[in-house]
Design a protein. Sequence first.
Length: 151
Amino acid sequence: MSFTRALKLDGDQARRSQHHSRFLDLGAGPDILADDVKWLRTRLSANGVPAAAIEAHLSVIGNAAAMEAALAWYRARGVRHAPVGPTKVPTLYIWGDADDTVGRMAAEGTGEFIAAPYRFEALPGIGHFVADQAPDQVNALLLEHLARHPI
């Protein structure tokens, strides 16, 4: 809901998210995989993802079947984002303040849609792929969150 609101109110969020529309196109998979997955390699690299992590991701998603499966997630939700109601489980949102896809308004507003304990952590200088860029910080935050909210 916060992301949908940001798309309406934050003029920059639509630009940040323009690749989502492209993912809906049935020709997106071959385009993304073209030229040794150049588009995805460039995007991951530009976002500070280490080369070894890029290769690990591409070893899983760098083929037609896996790419189509990943794109199916975007296609299943489409362009309309129906409200689903508040999240009712303890939630940890880890956001890199250099994220080029999810802007500050969308990220910071998420807490308004959580009806449970909520923690927002902004990691300075980190982009969209926080787990790849700051794995030690992410793991520490996750372990702390799970310790606070055991199942």
